[in-house]
Ligand binder design. Sequence first.
Ligand SMILES: Cc1cc2nc3c(=O)[nH]c(=O)nc-3n(C[C@H](O)[C@H](O)[C@H](O)COP(=O)(O)OP(=O)(O)OC[C@H]3O[C@@H](n4cnc5c(N)ncnc54)[C@H](O)[C@@H]3O)c2cc1C
Length: 412
Amino acid sequence: MSKPTKKPVLVIGGGMSGITAAVEIAETGRDVVLVEKDSYLGGNVVRMNNYFPKLCPPACGLEINFRRIRQSSRIKVFTQTEVKSLEGSRGDYRVRLHQAPQYVSDLCTACGKCAEVCPEEGPGEFNLGLDKEKAIGLPHAMAFPHKFSIHQKSCRFEDCGECAKVCTYQAIDLKAEAKDIPIEVESVVVATGWKNYDASLLEGLHYAENPDVVTNVEFERLMAPSGPGEGRLLRPSDKQEPKEIVFVQCAGSRDENHLPYCSAVCCSASLKHALTVQEKYPDTHIRIFYIDLRVMGRNEDFLERVSRNPKIELIKGKLAQIRADRETGKLEVEAEDIMACRKVRYEADLVVLATGIVPQLPDIDLSTGFSGFINAKQSSGIYPAACCKRPMDVSASVKDATAAALKAIQLT
Ligand SMILES: Cc1cc2nc3c(=O)[nH]c(=O)nc-3n(C[C@H](O)[C@H](O)[C@H](O)COP(=O)(O)OP(=O)(O)OC[C@H]3O[C@@H](n4cnc5c(N)ncnc54)[C@H](O)[C@@H]3O)c2cc1C
């Protein structure tokens, strides 16, 4: 048995699984360094309108964990930070963190005076470019840490400087520079999660050309109270409420030319979307094209509810293509209805592509396997957790992260 050390555990990735690992480790009395590349914690879950199985908003689950972080003196959070290098072995890792310039410091109180005077605007980062936002602002209402950040693409920095002039708290430094931070840690939990498959690679589906063809992740934002429609579902092109919505399952998934695997959550996500739309807009007609519906556990109830809803059609068949009428801009989807043995065409106001999950990896030496996901087994002292290992839902991610946390604190 090696000697107990006082070195912290490094957790890379501040989504639901990284946060879970960090608080679980800290609550056993160990120090944790939590590193997140974005300016806020929460990962993909914080962008959701609601999440299954209970269809609660992201605040449910995240808020309590943010409180656990705030109340703990053992967790040090570095946002806008990535791991530049990692050397050593279990019990003795030497890590170099790279933190992007902190133009807005922790002195920020989120009072909003800077955003009032900011003259620049750019695509909204949190809303995935579906709206516009000021070059300085709170990333989103629930942002943790609760401080403003600057959007490098739209800010003119010292050529403007209006924000710094009005900041009563001297929290803005437009000359701030990136820095490297050396730390030593005992073990590492990797919880870098996933990103959406690039839908512009899907031929014939017009994602890049037509604003009313969106991904399932963008659809979460379109529905969200903090989204571009502030809770009203408006299609991107003309800001009208869509009356006919088509969901395309396995958009690029289980396809050797794109992602050969099933992302495990997309069917449940589309059923969740269909039921949420129907509850709010009972007149909306929804069609879901699928190859197989893979819905498990408590989410099977969604399938039952969808099957009973006359306004939601489940059509077994892979979508062949999406066309856009040049004059009306109306979308038309063409597919094979396998059960009816015929080709079908339907008009749609909005098409949602259920694009799959692709692993996100930190820039360190890790063994990867199937389709680039991180292998569960790494050199001793490195423990991958949740969606960077394989696609899974939040509940499974939380369990997996807790297991990784438990391994990371063993002193053997
Ligand atoms: C359309 C859709 C809808 C879904 N809906 C649901 C639902 O309703 N219910 C449900 O249970 N599940 C749902 N899921 C699955 C859910 O999103 C995942 O289970 C969850 O996000 C996993 O959390 P995570 O922390 O592993 O990953 P993520 O949420 O991806 O978090 C990873 C974090 O790591 C950070 N990161 C990445 N790389 C680095 C790096 N190099 N350095 C530092 N930080 C890094 C990221 O910025 C991010 O904050 C859905 C998935 C999709 C695609």
